[in-house]
Design a protein around this ligand. Structure first.
Ligand code: C5P
Length: 218
């Protein structure tokens, strides 16, 4: 599995992050959270006071922040200009803003190039929205995780405080619609991806299923 690339795509709350980390851990691979990269740029955009409804301004400055990604599945990390932002990128403020920033083509062009550089010669599990379709279309293993809207909202609500399943459901539906209808690299399942509905599965079962697919494919 030295040069293996596993592409893990799907909507928010489908269980991508936990499953991707578990699979990387089980196989001794690196792990890249591309959503964290879009969140990190978004955190920086908000901090700069750049208006979210001004894509030209976001595009003009998209190259400025320096991102550093740590790919250890046991301790993934993300820094902007040397500052650890692992906590701040998970706030409701960043989550509500990220789809607007990630829709800007210049942001995507930059991050896709960096993601390909990190993937390098492989040995990595990469999670996101466009990994199997755009970032690593040649990946030998592509998984598309789904789950019912109720299951996804319930999982996300359990991770957060001060929110309800109904509020989460609405927020996630909004983000998924923005992510799958944007012009550049929308959320989509690759033709050669294996779709896995995680609604009835617990984390260990999802990991086992992904490992089974990998074994079958490589
Ligand atoms: O996976 P996560 O929920 O952290 O992703 C945050 C946001 O980053 C997504 O809602 C989407 O707008 C964007 N994203 C993307 N392409 C990726 C990964 C994430 O556009 N490959």
């Amino acid at each position: 599995v030295t040069g293996l690339v596993v592409a893990m795509d799907g909507p928010s709350g489908s269980g991508k992050s936990s499953a991707s980390r578990g699979v990387a851990r089980a196989l001794g691979l690196r792990y890249l959270d591309t959503g964290a990269m879009y969140r990190a740029i978004t955190w920086w955009v908000l901090r700069q006071g750049i208006a979210l409804d001004d894509p030209a301004a976001i595009a003009a400055r998209a190259a400025e922040p320096v991102l550093t990604m740590g790919t250890d599945p046991d301790a993934p990390s993300v820094a902007v200009d040397g500052t650890d932002v692992a906590g701040p990128i998970r706030t409701a403020e960043v989550t509500a803003a990220v789809s607007a920033v990630s829709a800007v083509p210049e942001v995507r062009r930059r991050l896709v190039a960096e993601q390909r550089e990190i993937i390098g010669t492989g040995g990595i599990v990469v999670e996101g929205r466009d990994i199997g379709t755009v970032v690593a279309p040649g990946a030998p293993v592509k998984i598309y995780l789904t789950a019912s809207a109720d299951a996804r909202a319930a999982r996300r609500t359990a991770e957060l405080t001060g929110t309800t399943v109904e509020a989460q459901k609405a927020a996630m539906a909004r983000r998924d619609t923005l992510d799958s209808t944007r012009k550049t690299d929308p959320l989509a399942m690759a033709d050669d991806a294996v779709e896995l509905d995680t609604t009835p599965l617990n984390l260990d079962e999802v990991i086992a299923e992904v490992l089974r697919v990998i074994k079958e494919k490589v």
